[in-house]
Design a protein around this ligand. Sequence first.
Ligand code: SF4
Length: 175
Amino acid sequence: MPPDEGCRRCRLCEGRTTIVLPSGDRRSPVALVGEAPGEQEDLRGEPFVGRAGRTLDRLMAEAGLERGAVLITNTVKCRPPGNRRPKADEMAACRPFLLEELAGKTFVLALGLSAAEDLLGRRMVMKEVCNRPLQADLGQGTVTVMVTYHPSACVYRPFAKDALREALRTAASYL
Ligand code: SF4
């Protein structure tokens, strides 16, 4: 079950405009998981529709990955105030919804370390894990998880853009 529109399981409910539920194909074997909704996502109720979303769209097109062919979601469904990083207890509160969204997936691409650390339950260093396939039990068997850069990290960093594009190509190979 997704969160109901009045969900108050964590303090992020206090500042949100709307709960941002996943977009794309819920039955896809591939999921892209970001950290949290930003301002535009909070206003429009859809993940990755702001500046970072436009970067993601561009790189997905370059990688041959259709947005509608994958599930796109965030670790928490409500915008943190000032776009701060979600806190551990907020991620824990929203995790049952995330795990339900990811049930049946074979490939999960974590966009940014925050999403990766929530998914894998440990701290990581990006350069040590970036674009490497990892195995994780997300509650319903083992899933391949790949960690890469969040689209917002790509603006002034060509190497991050290249890594994200390559990871999206890998995601496309799972379809
Ligand atoms: S972030 Fe998740 S758990 Fe917290 S209020 Fe929003 S929907 Fe509920």
